[in-house]
Structures are given as structure tokens and as C-alpha cells.
Design a protein around this ligand. Structure first.
Ligand code: NIG
Ligand code: FE
Length: 408
């Protein structure tokens, strides 16, 4: 047993609800608290002195100065395995070029596919681990990572194998997702339906055999895959035993409805979701994931997180870190900014980056500091947890613990 403390404040998030709005007075704060850890799991959280007296044999790690502790953050949507960068896309967009013009001049997702295909495995692994390290330094302890820049058997498997290899070299908990249905690659002979069939018959069985991912994602959008063909594809992936997540309603509404209909774990983006579909999402168990990093990267509107929460949805917040639409990668900054524009309470933002995001990844033992959950938590040198969002990402995490081990 190990006892860590005393913390000026421990914000456990233990009593907060899975869905809907939360007011800040629902946040339970333990003052002068300690976290008692047994075998990587939280044994107890409570008053430090009482825990110390009750557990005289526990190894005690004393925390110096004023610090607060929060559950480790969960980034439930990233594309951080990629080659090259798209700084030129960013500059061209800001200079007024359209998506089509950028794609035609060699940018867009296809350009990242070419860079990723051409990159060596060593290079991809190295940059992936660097990005993971950056996320850990923010206090993020669980990271979802998508494929989707390979877009053929060889390169999709290459990406997923690299993500698996990264897992053996980082304490962060990685959750891989197969996004072969990101876009039909330019060199594929056949239409969208043939490509989706190719994923089902050539890619997914191998992903299963090698246990490379348990989740499948698709980008449903005018420029990518159409609603009907996507729905058929998703139902088949479900039959193969995969969990489903969807890039939905980013520019055009309609696909979050499909996500709900097929029982997706999450529908992500939702910048263009119409009111009727907000209600539909809110009545489902499909997590509505806001991706403010994409809104900031593209200069587009934010996901209507306030409306979704008021309607009763399960709202998560993720970074979408990718080379195209969301190059920043700082989830804390992005979530803080989303809060100011969407008028989200601190409780709603913290829930969205912790247990609600974990729910989207089917991880029930992560995201709250309570007995039985993983001892994944982040500390900040401050006497008030509100400072984390108030500083909009510029208050650095002090320490990061995963499975009870100090890793940052
Ligand atoms: O989530 N919308 C589609 N996919 C990514 C962007 C990927 C890219 O531009 O490389 C997203 O925003
Ligand atoms: Fe994305």
C-alpha cells in the first residue's frame, strides 16, 4: 500500500452523473486529502491524517507545498500516428482557399496518407511517442489513437502495429481504433462501396486476428462516405464484434442519427448537428464528443455542447489532434476555450475529459478517484482546482501517476 498526500484539494468527481448538465456545487472536494493505492488501484481517498493513522504500514509519499489532484484526463479521439505535417494547408485555409482547392494542390487527408505510407516505422513510432509524451505532460493518462492515414491493408496494419508497439513503450493507456474508412484512397480501383467491402474482407479480419483494435470508426461526410453505405458498413463491423464510433455531423447534419441507430459508443464532432438530432442523441447511450481543437484549427463553429448537456446527452471533450484540422493537441487549452464559448461549468468540462470520455472508450474503471478505480491522476501546483481551466492550459501539470506509479 502507498499513501500519497496531503493534497490541498482532491477533486474525485466520484458523485457526478454520467449524463446531462452538472452544476459546480455538485463537485465534492476533499481538503487535505490523501490517496491510498493498492496494486495500481485506488484503495481509498479521504482525509490524509486519518488514512495515515488507519494504515500505519503504508509507504507514505509526502506532497510538498500546495497541490491539488484530479483524475487523469482521457483524450478519447486523436489521430496522432502520422507522417509529415500540413502547415501549408493551415496557411492556405487562412489565406482563403477552399477545402477542394487545398486538396487539389496536394493537401488534405490524402497528403497525410502519402507521408504516412512513406515514413519508416521507426520514424512513425518516434513521433508518435513524442506526441504521447506531450499529452502525458498535460495530465492525460488514457489516449485513443486512430489509424486512417494508411488506407490499404499494408499501411493500415502498419499504423495499428506501431500503435501497439508504442503501448509497450509508454505507461499511458492507449486505445487503438481502426479508421480505414477515413476516405477512399485515390489509388483504390473502385467506388466507395467496394472500398468499404475491402475494409470488411481484407483489413478488419486481420485487425481481429492480430488483436490490433476493438473499435472501428468512419468519416461520414459529403467528401468522404455517404450515410446509407456507412450504415450498412457499420452494421457489418458490429457483426464482426467491433465497437463503433463515428465522425459525425462535422459539416453536414444527419450522420449522428446513424451513429445512434447503429448503437455507436460515440458520435464525434457534431458541429453541424440540428436541434432534432441533439434530442435524439440525448436520449441515447451514444457519447456526444466535442472536438474544439478542430473548430479552432479550421475556424469553424463549436460543437453545441451546452444544448447537448441541457438535453441530457453524455458529453465528452477530446482533442482530435491530427495534422490537418486540429494541429494543436492541447486538450486542456481547447476544453477551457470551449467552456468560455459554450458556457460550460467546470464540473461539465472535467467530467467531459475524464469519466465521460472513458465511457466512450468502454473503460469503466477510469476517470474518477474512488475505491476500485485505476490510480491514474494528475496534480497541479495550486491551492484551487479552478485554476486548471482558468489558466486555459498554461498551468502545467506537476506530477502524473498511472496505475499508482509516478511517471511524470
Ligand atoms: O477528425 N474529419 C475527418 N478527419 C479528421 C481530419 C483528418 C485530417 O484532416 O487529416 C478530423 O477532423
Ligand atoms: Fe477526427
Amino acid at each position: 500500500m502507498k499513501l500519497i498526500g496531503p493534497f490541498k484539494q482532491i477533486v474525485t468527481l466520484a458523485d457526478l452523473p454520467l449524463r446531462g448538465k452538472i452544476s459546480d456545487d455538485q463537485i465534492d472536494i476533499i481538503l487535505n486529502g490523501g490517496i491510498l493505492i493498492d496494486n495500481g488501484l485506488i484503495n481509498n481517498v479521504g482525509d490524509f491524517e486519518i488514512l495515515k493513522n488507519d494504515n500505519p504500514d503504508a509507504e507514505t509519499v509526502i506532497v510538498e507545498g500546495d497541490q491539488i489532484a484530479l483524475p487523469g484526463f482521457v483524450d478519447s479521439h486523436t489521430h496522432i500516428c502520422f507522417g509529415g505535417n500540413r502547415a501549408n494547408d493551415f496557411a492556405m485555409r487562412n489565406a482563403g482557399k477552399t477545402y477542394l482547392e487545398i486538396a487539389e494542390s496536394g493537401g488534405g487527408i490524402w497528403s497525410s496518407v502519402q507521408h504516412t505510407r512513406n515514413a519508416s516505422e521507426e520514424e512513425l513510432l518516434k513521433t508518435l511517442l513524442e506526441r504521447i509524451q506531450f499529452l502525458i505532460s498535460l495530465g492525460i493518462t488514457t489516449i485513443e489513437i486512430k489509424s486512417g492515414y494508411g488506407l490499404d491493408v499494408e499501411n493500415e496494419l502498419k499504423m495499428l502495429r506501431i500503435i501497439k508497439k508504442a503501448q509497450s513503450q509508454t505507461p499511458a493507456k492507449l486505445v487503438p481504433t481502426c479508421l480505414s474508412a477515413h476516405l477512399k484512397p485515390r489509388d483504390f480501383e473502385g467506388g466507395n462501396q467496394e472500398y468499404l467491402e475491402y475494409i470488411l474482407t481484407e483489413i478488419l479480419p486481420k485487425v481481429k486476428d492480430e488483436n490490433l483494435a476493438q473499435r472501428v470508426d468512419i468519416f461520414i461526410e459529403k467528401s468522404a462516405f455517404q450515410p446509407e453505405e456507412s450504415k450498412e458498413f457499420l452494421l457489418k463491423t458490429k457483426d464482426l464484434g467491433f465497437d463503433i464510433t463515428v465522425h459525425a455531423d462535422q459539416f453536414t447534419p444527419g450522420s449522428s442519427r446513424i451513429a445512434v441507430e447503429v448503437g455507436a459508443k460515440s458520435a464525434d464532432h457534431l458541429e453541424a448537428t440540428i436541434d432534432e438530432d441533439i434530442e435524439f442523441l440525448a436520449k441515447s447511450d451514444t457519447v456526444a464528443t466535442a472536438l474544439p481543437g478542430a473548430s479552432l484549427g479550421l475556424g469553424e463553429k463549436f460543437t453545441p455542447a451546452r444544448k447537448l448537456l441541457d438535453a441530457g446527452a453524455i458529453v465528452a471533450i477530446a482533442s482530435d489532434w491530427n495534422p490537418g484540422s486540429a494541429p494543436m493537441g492541447n486538450l486542456i487549452t481547447q476544453a477551457s476555450i470551449l467552456a468560455t464559448f459554450e458556457k460550460l461549468t467546470t464540473a461539465e468540462v472535467l467530467a467531459g475529459m475524464t469519466f465521460r470520455a472513458a465511457y466512450a472508450l468502454s473503460l469503466e474503471n477510469i476517470g474518477k478517484l474512488e475505491p476500485g478505480k485505476k490510480a491514474d491522476f494528475v496534480t497541479f501546483k495550486t491551492d484551487n482546482f479552478q485554476n486548471v481551466l482558468y489558466n486555459q492550459g498554461s498551468l502545467n501539470a506537476e506530477n502524473v501517476y498511472i496505475d499508482g506509479n509516478l511517471i511524470h
